[in-house]
Design a protein. Sequence first.
Lengths: 94, 267
Amino acid sequence: MDVTDIQIKKALVAFSIEKVLFGMGEPVYQRVADALKNDYGCYVPDCYDHPEYLKRVLADLYGNAYATIIGSIRENLKEFSHQDSVQKFLVALN
Amino acid sequence: MMQTTLQTILEQKYLAAALVSCGIVVLFANALGREAAVVAGNFMYVPTTGILLILATVAVFKFGTSGHHGIAWFAFAGYAASAFTAEMLWIGQEVYLQIDPFPSAADVFYLIGYPFLLMFFIAYLQPVKAGITKKMLAATSVFSLSVLALGLYVTVGNGTDDVFATVVAAIYPVFDSILIVPALIGVALFFKGKVNFMWTLFCLGTICVFVADAAFLLGQNEDSYYTGNPAEILFYWNYILLAFGVKNHTSLFQSRKKRDGLGALHA
């Protein structure tokens, strides 16, 4: 199986999102994954291309506190932020 | 299943019906006389705390013990179990043994419930603690201290000669005022979010308990309090509000067919 750079970055972003959401509880991750699938027809790794979907789902669920959750995801990706595509994702999350 | 607006409205309708019917039962029992009020008032705690305990247990099974939410719901179940035990002890003492249940072993369980509820609030807020601003903390603390001052004025200020009863009485407003801080912070933090419904109900429940505790302690000091009196409606409302909050939250995170989010990578 060919593993492209994009797929690696998608996995990295998905892992960061999962880490934060699983830290809150497995049902939280499942709820977000379900909302992404039902509302936007995408999976967690697709948030790499559409960070706005993740923002909307988290804001819908956690209201004002979504920014703090996004902040935790950003923190997890901090060491990869020098890479342009990851940086682009982080900027879009703002 | 996705939480729709219709479901939320329907849930609120049931909540309103539960609150109103509980109030009607207590007022009707009071209209029949004090004995009827005591019996109805005591047994009203069986369904209210019982349902809360069942729902809290369901939440524990749903969230497990992993993650901050898991820890939070485990603590909440501890609170629900303490409240249920306390109410059953109260009923046992007042209805069967026919002794004054305040202060008694029931108070131990009421008081044990407070740290559990505080633990629930802290664990739930832990992942979003960075969002708690100094302004938010200051505003809620000022409100909490005002509540505490009022509570202590009502209890200690009008205390009886029984020092032990007065000390026990004073602990309740202190604990109530502590709980109000994270409850209000939660409402502010989760404002506009779906979990805010539960936080609003929990916050209203906490306020109900504070007012009811003040009324209870004031009544005890004047020796005019009896279980099932109209002020006690607020205690029942607290349990009802908490139960609907738990129900709403559990429904919000209802388990659906598990989907592997990473599946897209292999597509």
